[in-house]
Design a protein. Sequence first.
Length: 143
Amino acid sequence: MRLTRYTDYAMRVLLYLGRQPDSSHPINEISKAYGISQNHLMKVVNDLVNAGYLTSTRGRNGGIRLARPPEQIRVGALMRHTENDFDLVGCGSCVIAPACGLSSALDEALQAFMAVLDGYTLADILARKGDFGHLLLGAAANA
């Protein structure tokens, strides 16, 4: 299974903001830290605001922040929101689909994959490897 860049960016934003869940950060700060396009990030952030994952404040001291604590953000739910298609294979147009057991096996595998992600929150992911803030600061300094 391969996740889209869109989902990757959404997770990066949440991870960045999850390091300091009570702080607000401008999009360009996050863009510079990761070395990704601010325009792409704005599209992702807008979607995450509309979906209730983030809140945004406009203006000079504006920025984005988590809309709820990291312990309440489920990774599986985020993946379902950001991914358009979880089909691992295009079985719909296959002539042997009615007699093939592969699609049901793949559906079962996908359900297991999502069940694992449903078991994790943003807080769990942040805690797994420790603080990566120093990596982002170094990347932003080199950009």
